[in-house]
Design a protein around this ligand. Sequence first.
Ligand code: CDP
Length: 236
Amino acid sequence: MSLKEEEGSDTPRLNIAIDGYSACGKSTLAKQLAQELNLTYIDTGAMYRAITLLLIRNGKIDDLSHNVTIKELGLELVDINFETDQHNNRILHINGESVENMIRSMNIAKHVSNVAEIPAIRKLLVQLQQKMAENGGVVMDGRDIGTVVLPNADLKIFMTASPGIRAQRRLKQLENQGVATTLEEVKGNITKRDHKDENRLTDPLRKADDARVLDNSELTHEEQLKLVMNWVHQIK
Ligand code: CDP
């Protein structure tokens, strides 16, 4: 599909899938592309983080078994959606409550990969994500987007950056958000999550065969966007 065709209202709009390691800048790229191409940004990691928050609140976080059901977790009526605020940020709401600030804490980061390996939770969120993308026009980031959620995405990107750079970037981001932590703690968390995400049984983090690899260790935001926009323009 050409970008021109995409402007016609009858033509399905682009879907872009971004996967990759923890804290490698997926959401920064996704936001850049959403703005540049007028797409809707969907942060699937935020959805796993929000479910983690609910499980902490309802006291289920410490005894999660692999085959637990959505009903047993008390999640059968959960309502998850993104709303756009006045600054054009996409804010995650869960059961009507804005949880954006709460889901970035180190406590959520500690538990989220255990929650994300439960098949019933993945099934619930994957279905919801596919529904969000059914009319096209989304840029979605996560771990299984190119492989499971949007296997027919128009462009798939697999992102990475060196572990040291990722830890530094995440520390800075958390400090800006007022989260108290250290480089050691951030590094440890990133390493553990990557290992869990790559080795879980259901929908592990994996590069889709047709994904383009983007290592942004040495790239500025502008250089990264330029590179990816070249890929977008190559989509036929
Ligand atoms: O921002 P960061 O890269 O650190 O992580 P995130 O995108 O907020 O995702 C948090 C966690 O959710 C990941 O470490 C995965 O365990 C899980 N996740 C997943 O399993 N599948 C996705 N599509 C997105 C996130």
